[in-house]
Write a protein that binds this ligand. Structure first.
Ligand code: RP5
Length: 162
């Protein structure tokens, strides 16, 4: 059963959002990817959000750029947790996306991540952490991932100064 939905406002967001998909795939999570535009396909947005809980989704990772209403509107229409990823925009480098996603009114939360690739990857990891609460095997994988990161940093060296 699909546990996580990854949605984005345009296929132009894929370069960033594929980082969430990559993380979920590496951890063996069943996920789906969809283009759902808040402004251009609002009916589809409502349908996706309204069906999410009954379809068994445990989290929705939503990425959008510019006037990024997709995560907030999804959150308005479903109780499934929404993880918002600000996609870098052409003119304002994603600061518009970030502010559009993070400044939700009290009562309708969207967990907001960093602009771009790191945000997409971290949204994937955050969804995994949510699922790991009920899945000991997944929790073990997450701990191993953290240990691997730790080992990588501990093995880092710096050049000598001549
Ligand atoms: C937003 O507008 C999308 O999320 C995308 O980041 C941005 C540009 O969309 P395209 O013009 O590339 O389709 O809705």
């Amino acid at each position: 059963m699909i546990e996580v939905g990854i949605v984005m406002g345009s296929n132009s967001d894929w370069e960033v959002m594929q980082n969430a998909a990559r993380v979920l795939k590496d951890f063996g999570i069943a996920f789906e990817t969809r283009v759902v535009s808040a402004h251009r396909t609002p009916d589809l947005l409502f349908q996706y959000a309204e069906e999410a809980e009954a379809r068994g989704l445990k989290a929705i990772i939503a990425g959008a750029g510019g006037a990024a209403h997709l995560p907030g509107m999804l959150a308005a229409k479903t109780h499934v947790p929404v993880l918002g990823v600000p996609v870098p925009s052409k003119y304002l480098r994603g600061e518009d996306s970030l502010l559009s996603i993070v400044q939700m009114p009290k009562g309708i939360p969207v967990a907001t991540f960093a602009i771009g690739e790191a945000g997409a990857a971290n949204a994937g990891l955050f969804a995994i952490a949510m699922l790991a609460g009920n899945n000991p095997e997944l929790a073990t994988k997450l701990k191993a991932f953290r240990k691997q990161q730790e080992a990588t940093v501990l093995a880092m060296t710096l050049p000598e100064v001549n």
